[in-house]
Design a binder for this molecule. Structure first.
Ligand code: SAM
Length: 264
C-alpha cells in the first residue's frame, strides 16, 4: 500500500511539473528562461537526432506507432506525416492539450490521437504496436515497470527506439546537480545507468546500443559562428572513435537503444 502512494505522488509531481513548464515556456514567462537556455546544448545533437529520426521514418509507414510519454507530440507528428497511425500518451494533461491543438494547426488531427495515460499502466491490449518511440522518458519512470509494459504492448516482430541521457560522466552530473530546478527530483536521481540499460535484456531478446555526444559538446559555444559546422563535424568523428571504446562509451551524454523480440 505504501508503495502505491509513493508512486502516485511521484506521478502527480511529474504531471504538475510538466504542466507548469509547458505553459511557462510556451508563454515566454521569464522564470522559465533557463529551460530555454538549456536548449543550447541540443544544438550539437544532430548525430543522435539524425539516427533517431531516420530510424523512425524508415520503420513507421502504415504501422501502428506509440509515442510513449509524447510531451507536445513532436515525434507523433513526424510519424503521422510519414504515413503511420500514431498515438501519443502522456501523464501531463497540459502536454496532451497542447499536442491536440498543434495537431489541429498542422491539419493532421485525424491521423493522430493523444491520450492522458500513465506509461506504467497502459490501457492498450498486448501486441498493439509495431513501433514505439521513447524520447527522453525512461528516466521519469519506474524503469522495470516501463520495460514490462513496453514488452507487453509491442508485437513480436515490433521495435522500440529509446533515446536517454546517461549518468556516468561526472561533468554532466555536476551540471545536473547545479541546476535542480530544471527537472523533477525523481528525474535528477534516475538518469539512466548501465545496469538499467542492461535490465532491458530481461524483457527483450535483442538490445542494440549506440552512444552519442562527448567531445561534440565543445562546439556549443561556437553555435552561432561560422566555425560551428566544420568544428562539429570534426568533434563528431572524434566521438565516433572514442565512444566506440568499451571503457569510455558510458561517459557519453546520450544513448540510443533499440529493443526487439519482446519476451512475453
Ligand atoms: C522529457 S519529457 C519528453 C517528452 C517527449 N517524449 C519529447 O521528446 O519531447 C518527459 C515526459 O514524460 C512524461 N511522463 C512522466 N511520467 C509519466 C508517466 N508515469 N506516464 C506518462 N507520461 C509520463 C512527462 O509528462 C513528460 O511529458
Amino acid at each position: 500500500m505504501e508503495n502505491i502512494d509513493i508512486n502516485n505522488i511521484r506521478k502527480q509531481k511529474e504531471a504538475e511539473f510538466h504542466d507548469k513548464v509547458r505553459k511557462g515556456v510556451n508563454e515566454n514567462a521569464p522564470e522559465f528562461r533557463s529551460f530555454v537556455i538549456r536548449r543550447r546544448f541540443y544544438s550539437i545533437t544532430r548525430a543522435s537526432r539524425d539516427f533517431f529520426w531516420n530510424f523512425l521514418i524508415k520503420n513507421c509507414k502504415n504501422k501502428n506507432v506509440l509515442d510513449y510519454c509524447c510531451g507536445e507530440g513532436d515525434a507523433t507528428f513526424l510519424l503521422a506525416e510519414n504515413e503511420a497511425n500514431a498515438v501519443g500518451i502522456d501523464i501531463s494533461p497540459e502536454s496532451i492539450k497542447i499536442a491536440k491543438e498543434r495537431a489541429l494547426e498542422k491539419k493532421i488531427a485525424e491521423k493522430t490521437s493523444f491520450l492522458v495515460m500513465d506509461a506504467e499502466n497502459l490501457k492498450f491490449d498486448k501486441n498493439s504496436f509495431d513501433l514505439i518511440v521513447c524520447a527522453g522518458v525512461l528516466h521519469h519512470l519506474d524503469i522495470e515497470k516501463a520495460y514490462k509494459e513496453l514488452s507487453r504492448v509491442l508485437r513480436n516482430d515490433g521495435k522500440i527506439i529509446c533515446v536517454e541521457p546517461l549518468v556516468h560522466n561526472p561533468l554532466f552530473q555536476l551540471y545536473r546537480n547545479l541546476t535542480p530546478h530544471l527537472r523533477t527530483e525523481w528525474e535528477l536521481h534516475h538518469i539512466l545507468r548501465m545496469s538499467q540499460i542492461n535490465l532491458a535484456d530481461k524483457y527483450f531478446g535483442k538490445v542494440e546500443r549506440k552512444f552519442f555526444h562527448l567531445f561534440s559538446l565543445l562546439a556549443v559555444p561556437f553555435r552561432r559562428t561560422f566555425l560551428f559546422n566544420p568544428l562539429l563535424l570534426i568533434l563528431e568523428k572524434i566521438d565516433l572513435v572514442i565512444l566506440g571504446l568499451p571503457g569510455l562509451r558510458w561517459w557519453a551524454w546520450q544513448i540510443v537503444f533499440i529493443l526487439s523480440q519482446p519476451k512475453k
